[in-house]
Write a protein that binds this ligand. Structure first.
Ligand SMILES: NC(=O)c1ccc[n+]([C@@H]2O[C@H](COP(=O)([O-])OP(=O)(O)OC[C@H]3O[C@@H](n4cnc5c(N)ncnc54)[C@H](O)[C@@H]3O)[C@@H](O)[C@H]2O)c1
Length: 253
């Protein structure tokens, strides 16, 4: 797949899956506008490539003003957008529903769901002006099957799938495809911190061994799947919830 000439907005681009996606797309010829927290990592990423290939804007995407500023930058620097990848997210663990404060609940909804709504709302006009495009929203296996202690996270990831499916219908008329990715366990700080808290990978039935189904993925393996959904090779793929989970959801025990 080549992404030459494609202009892609990637949220959560400074770290983890977002960063791997930015690296992959730039390596294959895309221009990337990265937005998110973790500004030092974002700046390091930008300086590696130079502004003609990757721009990073430190942005709290729960703030409408930050979303707007990042999208204005995409318009000014790239002259528009061809694709959007919503990767930014948080994974608060260890509390059952009764233990969640309003603030806990609202924060998870704000980052994992409302920020996607805001980014899509702000970028859809740019994709439409391009004549069409692709939006990829990063959900999780937690949309379908989950673990104890993550009520808000599981709710947001199921909602991301529903939102993506619905948007696919409303925006087909604009030639904008919208897909969700049900990501399994990936070796980023989000999972590695969570695994430590849960007592290690084996306690969750996961393995780091490279030849096992339901092993832990390298972030680059999610990036290539995202790349497929962005690419013209996926021209008939919209409204899907694509599992990229090493067979995790296929496991009974
Ligand atoms: N790592 C996994 O195993 C896994 C599994 C399923 C789904 N996911 C999803 O993948 C996505 C990326 O996670 P990751 O594993 O790369 O972890 P990560 O912690 O490395 O990445 C999360 C990114 O989101 C950004 N972010 C958080 N709050 C933000 C905010 N308010 N505004 C802007 N940016 C914000 C962070 O700066 C960070 O770059 C998340 O949506 C996560 O839910 C991850």
């Amino acid at each position: 797949m080549t992404f030459a000439g494609k202009r892609v907005f990637v949220t959560g681009a400074a770290t983890g899956i977002g960063r791997a996606t930015a690296d992959y797309l730039v390596a294959e010829g895309a221009k990337v506008l990265g937005a998110g927290l973790d500004g030092d990592d974002g700046k390091a990423l930008a300086s590696r490539y130079g502004e003609s290939r990757l721009i990073f804007r430190e942005s709290d995407l729960t703030r409408e003003a930050d979303v707007q500023a990042a999208v204005v930058a995409a318009q000014e620097r790239f002259g528009g957008l061809d694709a959007v990848v919503n990767c930014a997210g948080i994974y608060p663990t260890g509390k059952r529903l009764e233990e969640l404060s309003d603030e806990d609940w609202d924060r998870t909804i704000a980052v994992n769901l409302t920020a996607i709504f805001r980014v899509c709302r702000a970028t859809l006009p740019l994709l439409r002006a391009t004549g069409g495009g692709s939006i990829v929203n990063i959900a999780s296996v937690h949309a379908d099957a989950t673990v104890p202690g993550v009520p808000a996270y599981a709710a947001t990831k199921a909602a991301v799938v529903g939102l993506s499916r619905q948007m696919a219908l409303d925006y087909a008329v604009d030639r904008i495809r919208v897909n969700a990715v049900l990501v399994g366990s990936v070796a980023t700080r989000m999972t590695l911190d969570g695994l430590e808290a849960a007592g290690g990978a084996e306690a969750l039935g996961l393995s780091f061994e490279p030849n096992r189904i339901a092993r832990i993925a390298n972030p680059s393996e999610i990036a290539t799947a995202i790349g497929f959904l962005i690419s013209d090779a996926a021209s008939f793929v919209t409204g899907s919830a694509m599992q990229v989970d090493g067979g995790l959801l296929a496991r009974l025990l």
